[in-house]
Design a protein around this ligand. Structure first.
Ligand code: NDP
Length: 245
């Protein structure tokens, strides 16, 4: 795998699911990883699994911009640079608007939109100074499709695509690459963030029957990273073969 070994990759939401699996693939390919999330015990266990010399771990709530900055500072202090920022942390509190789960709307917007923005803000100055770097921002099929019951989540994931496209155009002078990764149903802990009664059960069933392994996502990350510096993979949208919508 070209263009991956030796790179320093910061990943938010690295304590489970797509982030953790991507870290495994990256370390196997010779990259160094900075792992951020709130559950420090999970990050500790992952660092033990991957080998401490390949990892920097940091407890971060992406809603807090100061903490995201401190996470990136920690990565740069540990490894001397940062090459890739994977803005992956996210939640999916689905449910129809009429349920008025306002706290969930608030949290979803804070984590899924502002969390990505704080990640961009923290890594961008480093990328500009280096005149190289890559953002990999995680959207979703819900960043392309709105359905009854997913309006807020879809709004956040559409936002990730919009922010990423604006960013892509703006950072051309600095040789920075911008990738949006939009998965369909992948087997992670994400369905656990659906709490609304009568909704959670259906989503759990859908994931149980449809979801594909997290390695599908990790391979896309490595594909986007491994292109020659002059090739900017801007978006990858993928689904389980049997996922209809
Ligand atoms: P998981 O629930 O397994 O992982 C979510 C990760 O986000 C965890 O590591 C969690 O860590 C972290 N996270 C959540 N809130 C915060 C926060 N406030 N601050 C820091 N970290 C946070 O789900 P996935 O791996 O599936 O989700 C990763 C991304 O992929 C999300 O953006 C999701 O929307 C997206 N996605 C997933 C799909 C799927 O089917 N799995 C489909 C489409 C998109 P902790 O709780 O320790 O903080």
């Amino acid at each position: 795998m070209e263009n991956v070994a030796g790179k320093v990759v910061a990943i938010t939401g690295a304590s489970s699911g797509l982030g953790a699996e991507t870290a495994r693939h990256l370390v196997k390919a010779g990259a160094k990883v900075a792992l951020g999330a709130r559950r420090l015990d999970r990050l500790e266990a992952l660092a033990d699994e991957l080998g401490r010399e390949h990892c920097a771990i940091y407890q971060v709530d992406v809603v807090d911009r100061g903490q995201v900055q401190a996470f990136i500072d920690h990565a740069v202090n540990t490894f001397g640079r940062i090459d890739v920022m994977i803005n992956n942390a996210g939640i999916m509190p689905l449910g129809p608007l009429e349920m008025l789960r306002l706290d969930e709307w608030d949290q979803c917007i804070d984590v899924n939109i502002k969390g990505v923005l704080w990640g961009v803000a923290a890594a961008l100055p480093h990328f500009k100074a280096q005149k190289s770097g890559q953002f990999i921002n995680v959207s979703s099929v819900a960043g392309h499709k709105v359905r009854a019951g997913n309006a807020i989540y879809a709004a956040t994931k559409h936002s990730v695509r919009v922010i990423s496209e604006g960013l892509r155009q703006e950072v051309k002078p600095y040789n920075i690459r911008t990738t949006v990764l939009s998965p369909g149903a992948v087997d992670t802990e994400l369905p656990l963030s659906v709490k609304a009664e009568g909704v959670a059960e259906g989503i759990a069933q859908f994931y149980a029957s449809t979801a594909i392994p997290a390695s599908s996502f990790a391979r896309c990350v490595l594909f986007a990273m491994s292109q020659p510096e002059g090739v900017d993979i801007n978006e990858i949208l993928f689904r389980p073969t049997n996922q209809e919508l």
